[in-house]
Design a protein around this ligand. Structure first.
Ligand SMILES: [Zn+2]
Ligand SMILES: [Zn+2]
Length: 414
């Protein structure tokens, strides 16, 4: 075994850049297989009742003591063993695992511990009134999605499945009433162009603000094994921008010249096409051309494009007439961010052009898809391909994520 691992280690150093992700996938797969074997061993330890024989109060305590694990980690292994390992009962008869689909996926090295945790938790939350048949169908579905989704996304999918099983859902929470106004908010432009916010809110307003912002600041579902990398303060800032986006789109939002508040981005046509160079915002702030390209991708954005002699070209006009009907059509088809595993509603989404209009792509239902800001940025920065079909949108991951590049759709929109 050790010699075999040494050989493997040598292979890691020798392989090229395309081979390395394969190596890492293989290693993960083997460690998952080993974990499945570990769970079988823990189940066997439990069924032999070795804890009681050796004076421990539980298998969890024995396992924690044997392997110097935390009680939580040991408890998780015992729980997972009870759900995923085959069981030997007193008569000697062997029963299949409680969660057979999940057990099979783990034993094939196709899902990891994070997915196992989500599935066991989700299955544990299924109400007792649900039939055995529905129970098994839910587990099969979760195990199937677990092969393609990271734990946070899978958890959202699990909640979606639970909501369909338990239509009544939990009691709605009452929001606190905002009290009379008092507070301060100062806006300070920083030298780097960013805006500093400083101030305070009265306790009641603070509570109302937090309850709203925290709804938006929850970590995003991970996509394809990449968890939300943002810190809590970064998520708060993004949440504030999402709330601003909703306010801008809301009825009753103050307008200037008949238009809701908006930001102009000025950029040369070549820079917009190539994504190289810089663009300028209303207040003189700069942003990269790649970033401007993403902004300009949303059909709601009306670009002022400068030609070679810095003359505005009329490219923006065509965009201007489309948005509302197009957006309605996109909402009808996508019902929110279409990225696999994302649950952002339409109000928080932008229209992304699969083929950028600056490259000749149409502003049409066949070429546009709704994406939340995070996933919009994600598809612009990484190599995801988008296939737009009449009734659904598929995303093909870059090869580094999935070498087989199997298309994924968003199961939360089914
Ligand atoms: Zn885009
Ligand atoms: Zn999204």
């Amino acid at each position: 075994m050790v010699a075999c691992l040494d050989q493997w280690r040598a292979g890691i150093v020798e392989c090229d850049d395309t081979g390395l992700p394969d190596q890492i996938r293989d290693i993960e797969s083997v460690s998952r297989l080993l974990h499945a074997v570990m769970l079988d061993a823990v189940a066997e330890l439990d069924s032999r009742n070795l804890a009681a024989i050796t004076g421990f109060c539980s298998t969890k305590r024995l396992l924690a003591g044997m392997l110097h694990l935390s009680a939580t980690e040991a408890g998780t292994r015992v729980t997972h063993a009870a759900q995923l390992a085959t069981r030997r009962i007193l008569s000697g008869e062997v029963l299949p695992p409680v969660l057979p689909h999940t057990a099979a996926a783990l034993a094939a090295g196709e899902i990891g511990l994070g997915q196992v945790r989500v599935i066991t938790e989700t299955m544990g939350a299924i109400p007792a009134s649900v039939s055995g048949e529905q129970h098994e169908a839910a587990e099969a579905e979760l195990a199937r999605y677990a092969r393609s989704f990271a734990p946070a996304s899978l958890s959202k999918i699990g909640q979606h499945i639970l909501a369909h099983l338990d239509q009544d859902g939990p009691q709605p929470r009452e929001e606190p009433e905002p009290a009379a106004a008092a507070g301060e908010l100062r806006l300070r432009e920083r030298r780097d162009g960013r805006l500093g916010l400083e101030g305070f809110l009265e306790a009641e307003h603070g509570a109302a603000f937090r309850s709203l912002i925290e709804q938006f600041a929850a970590p995003r579902p991970a996509s394809e094994g990449i968890p939300d990398p943002r810190t809590a303060p970064q998520r708060n800032a993004d949440a504030l921008m999402e709330v601003c986006g909703l306010a801008r789109a809301a009825q009753g939002c103050p307008t200037t010249g008949g238009e809701p508040p908006h930001v102009s981005v000025t950029i040369g046509w070549e820079s917009l096409r190539t994504g190289l160079g810089a663009a300028t915002l209303d207040y003189g702030t700069h942003l990269s051309a790649a970033e401007a390209r993403r902004w300009a991708c949303d059909a709601k954005v009306i670009p002022v494009v400068l030609g070679g002699a810095s003359e505005p070209l009329d490219v923006g006009r065509a965009m201007r007439t489309v948005p509302l009907s197009l957006r309605r059509a996109l909402v009808a088809r996508d019902r929110g961010c279409a990225f696999p595993g994302c649950d952002r509603p339409p109000g928080l989404c932008q229209a992304h052009h699969a083929q950028h209009w600056a490259d000749g792509g149409d502003t049409s239902v066949e070429n546009c898809v709704l994406l939340c800001e995070t996933h919009h940025r994600h598809v612009h920065q990484t190599g995801w391909e988008i296939l737009i079909h009449p009734h659904r949108v598929e995303f093909i991951p870059p090869a580094i994520i999935d070498p087989d590049r199997r298309p994924l759709h968003n199961p939360l929109r089914c």
